[in-house]
Design a protein around this ligand. Structure first.
Ligand SMILES: Cc1cc2nc3c(=O)[nH]c(=O)nc-3n(C[C@H](O)[C@H](O)[C@H](O)COP(=O)(O)OP(=O)(O)OC[C@H]3O[C@@H](n4cnc5c(N)ncnc54)[C@H](O)[C@@H]3O)c2cc1C
Length: 380
C-alpha cells in the first residue's frame, strides 16, 4: 500500500490499482528522484519516465476504456506519488491525463479507440492549452485563438503563450472562438507537427524548466472533423470542469507530502529547535490527510456539476495550493541552510509550490469562481 494511502488510513484498494500505485512510487523514488534536479535545473524533459508511467497504467486509471470502471482517486494518487518527488513531472502527468479526458469525453471516434489506447499506454503524449479558455470562461481574459468555419472544418489563427509537455510528435487540446454574427467556441486537438503550427521557446522559468513548455503559434492551421473535441464548448467544459480541477489536486497533495517528508528527515537532529516553528510536520500531515480524504470523496463523482459540488471541488483545489505553499515554506525553515542549497529538493519544492498556486486555475481564479458561484442563483 502506498504511503499516501497509508497516511490517510484507507483500506487496501483493489489489487490492480494497488499494484499500479506501488510501481509508480518505486519509479518515482528511483529513476525519477535521480533525474529531478536535472529536470528542474537543466531543463531535461523526462520522456522515458512519462512513457514508463504509461506502461505502468498510471495514465489509464481515470479512463473507462479497457473494461475497468474509471477511478479518478487512483489517477490523483498516481499524480501525488510523482509530484511528491518531482512537481514538474507531476504537472506533466496531469497535462497528459486531462488530455485523455478531452479525448474520451469528446465522443469523437477518431479520438477514441486506437488513438486513446495509445494515449493511455503512453505511446503518444498529450497536453492541454486550456488556461486561456478557462480564464476566458471565468471572465478573466479573452480567447487568443480565432477560428473561421470552412468546408470540412475550421481555419485557426492565433498564439498561446504557454503550453507544456510538448514535442514534435505531441498534441494538445485547445479552444478557439468562431467569429461571426453569433460567435461560439470550438475545442479540438492540435498536433505539434501540424501544418501552420509553430513551437517557440519560452523565457526561463523559476522552476518547471523540464516541462517542455512552449509558446504555440497557429497560422491558418486547418482543423478537420477528426480532431474535433466539442462544438459548442461551454456545455462540454461544464461537464469536465470538476474532473479537470480534481486531477490537479494531485500536484498540490504531492508537493505538500514531499515537503513534510523532508521535515521529518531533520527531526532527530534539529527537532529540539524546530519545535519552535509553526506548521510542524505532524500538524501538516493531519491537514494533508484530511484534504486527501476529502479529495478522494469528491473524486468518486468527477463528472457531477451541481453548484455545491463545484464549489467544494474549487475549494479543495485552493486548499491544495495553499497547503503546498505552507508546507514547502515550512520545510525550508525546518531544514535551514541544507534546504537552501541549490541542489536541495527543499528549495526546488518552494518554487514548485509557487507553480501549483499560479497554474490555471490559480488561487485568485479559484477564489473568484467560488465567489461567483456562491453569489449565483442559477446552477453552475
Ligand atoms: C511554466 C508554465 C507552464 C505552463 N503550462 C501551461 C500549459 O500547459 N497549458 C496552459 O494552458 N497554460 C499553461 N501555463 C499558463 C498558466 O496556467 C497560467 O495561465 C499562467 O501562469 C498565468 O496565470 P494567472 O492566472 O496567474 O494569470 P496572470 O499572470 O495574473 O495574468 C495573465 C495575463 O497577464 C498577461 N501576462 C502574463 N505574463 C506576461 C508576460 N510575460 N508578458 C506580457 N503579458 C503577460 C497576459 O496578458 C495574461 O492574460 C503555464 C505557465 C507556466 C509559467
Amino acid at each position: 500500500m502506498s504511503a499516501v494511502m497509508e497516511s490517510v488510513g484507507f483500506a487496501p484498494v483493489a489489487k490492480p490499482v494497488d499494484a499500479m500505485l506501488q510501481s509508480v512510487r518505486a519509479l518515482a523514488d528511483g529513476p525519477l528522484a535521480e533525474l529531478a534536479d536535472d529536470i528542474d535545473r537543466r531543463g531535461i524533459y523526462p520522456k522515458g519516465i512519462l512513457q514508463r508511467l504509461g506502461e505502468l497504467g498510471a495514465f489509464g486509471a481515470h479512463m473507462a476504456a479497457g473494461g475497468e470502471a474509471p477511478d479518478f482517486g487512483a489517477a490523483i494518487q498516481a499524480i501525488t506519488e510523482v509530484s511528491r518527488v518531482c512537481g514538474a513531472t507531476g504537472f506533466m502527468v496531469w497535462c497528459h491525463d486531462v488530455c485523455g479526458v478531452y479525448m474520451e469525453q469528446s465522443g469523437n471516434p477518431a479520438l477514441m479507440g486506437a488513438a486513446l489506447a495509445n494515449h493511455v499506454a503512453g505511446h503518444t503524449l498529450g497536453a492541454t492549452g486550456m488556461s486561456n479558455p478557462m480564464k476566458t470562461f471565468a471572465g478573466i481574459e479573452t480567447l487568443l485563438l480565432k477560428a473561421r468555419e470552412v468546408p470540412g472544418g475550421f481555419i485557426v489563427n492565433g498564439a498561446l503563450p504557454w503550453v507544456s509537455n510538448l514535442g514534435p510528435d505531441h498534441y494538445f487540446g485547445a479552444v478557439a472562438v468562431v467569429e461571426g454574427d453569433a460567435p461560439r467556441e470550438v475545442m479540438f486537438i492540435v498536433h505539434c507537427d501540424g501544418q501552420g503550427v509553430e513551437l517557440r521557446n519560452c523565457p526561463s522559468f523559476s522552476a518547471m524548466e523540464g516541462t517542455n513548455t512552449y509558446a504555440v503559434r497557429m497560422t491558418d492551421h486547418f482543423v478537420a472533423a477528426d480532431k474535433m473535441i466539442a462544438d459548442p464548448v461551454r456545455p462540454f467544459i461544464g461537464r469536465i470542469r470538476a474532473a479537470f480541477i480534481l486531477l490537479q489536486c494531485g500536484m498540490g497533495l504531492g508537493v505538500a507530502q514531499g515537503a513534510i517528508d523532508s521535515m521529518w528527515q531533520v527531526e532527530r537532529q534539529l527537532g529540539h529547535v524546530n519545535e519552535f516553528l509553526e506548521d510542524r510536520p505532524d500538524e501538516l500531515q493531519a491537514e494533508l490527510d484530511a484534504l486527501t480524504e476529502r479529495t478522494m470523496r469528491l473524486a468518486q463523482t468527477p463528472y457531477a456539476n451541481h453548484k455545491e459540488f463545484l464549489i467544494d471541488v474549487l475549494d479543495a483545489r485552493a486548499h491544495a495550493s495553499e497547503l503546498s505553499l505552507r508546507a514547502a515554506q515550512s520545510a525550508l525553515l525546518h531544514q535551514g541552510a541544507r534546504g537552501y542549497l541549490m541542489s536541495s529538493a527543499v528549495q526546488r519544492r518552494v518554487r514548485e509550490s509557487h507553480f501549483v498556486a499560479i497554474v490555471t486555475p490559480a488561487i485568485k481564479h479559484l477564489r473568484k469562481e467560488i465567489a461567483r458561484l456562491s453569489a449565483a442563483e442559477m446552477p453552475a
